[in-house]
Write a protein that binds this ligand. Structure first.
Ligand code: DGL
Length: 271
């Protein structure tokens, strides 16, 4: 039986990472878990996000995944190390790949980061960036208004532009040449963000970089799915199957190869 890559997220946001993994690694079987009953994680205290992430990882163990991907930036920021210590398969988060891409791209050494309150408050991106290049200047801003906008499907309206412009107004640095979209939802706002921040700033999409890292690790371990295997996609969530199912169809559009199985997993307490 082919082993799957398990991808977990606080809810629907990680579907952007799932989509990118499916695009880059179309042969892989993937099991996606969205903790829709307890999303969003962004405003929650770190200990709670660690606890929820560990519960999901323990639950996913029964499927014997060959790798675990923490697609949620907030969960990666506070729980990556804990999860790596907990399981014996590779665990990939979304922060280091995004940081690496930004360091590779930036010429000025001034990098912006946007994310949830939890991600920005943790300082995880600064830490990852400074590990790669200690002299970088990092400017981080939490954008708590963005996730609700995306979940409402509001990507391009004037209202969205105004909210994006207000949130990004503290970025005054002329030198900043890269902006890391440090949240699963933000790629949907890329046009609005680009309009506001200007064409000289490259937007770094962590999802693309993470998929590259997953591919490199599996290749190294000789664990890439073979051509004879039939890829399976399973989508699980902790809350109601709607609107999860509808959003999954919309966001993954052409990428759904087989009918996804959507199960409800009721054992987590909704808090
Ligand atoms: N998945 C989260 C992240 O990437 C955004 C949504 C949430 O706050 O749960 O940080």
């Amino acid at each position: 039986v082919q082993q799957a890559i398990a991808v977990l997220d606080s809810g629907v946001g990680g579907l952007t990472v799932l989509k990118e993994i499916m695009r880059q690694l179309p042969r892989e079987s993937i099991l996606y878990f969205g903790d829709t009953a307890r999303a969003p994680y962004g405003p929650r205290p770190a200990e709670e996000v660690v606890q929820f992430t560990c519960e999901i990882v323990d639950y996913l163990q029964q499927f014997r995944p060959k790798m675990i991907v923490i697609a949620c930036n907030t969960a990666t920021a506070v729980a990556l190390q804990v999860v790596q210590d907990r399981v014996d398969v590779p665990v990939v988060g979304v922060i280091r790949p995004g940081a690496r891409a930004a360091v590779g791209r930036s010429k000025s050494g001034v990098i912006g980061v946007i994310g949830t309150e939890g991600t920005i408050g943790s300082g995880a991106y600064e830490k990852a960036l400074h590990q790669l290049s200690p002299r970088l200047q990092v400017i981080s801003i939490a954008c708590p208004a963005f996730v609700p906008l995306v979940e409402a499907g509001n990507f391009h309206s004037e209202h969205t532009r105004e909210i994006v412009a207000a949130a990004l107004s503290p970025f005054q640095s002329e030198q900043m040449d890269c902006l890391i979209l440090g949240c699963t939802h933000y790629p949907f706002l890329a046009d609005a963000i680009s309009d506001v921040i200007g064409p000289k700033v490259s937007l770094i999409n962590s999802a693309e970089e993470t998929a590259r890292e997953i591919s490199a690790i599996l290749q190294n371990r000789r664990e890439l799915a073979g051509s004879e295997e039939i890829p399976m996609l399973q989508l699980l969530c902790s809350g109601k199957t709607e609107p999860f199912q509808t959003i999954a169809y919309e966001w993954l559009d052409g990428q759904i190869r087989s009918n996804p199985v959507v199960w409800r997993v009721p054992q987590f307490s909704a808090t």
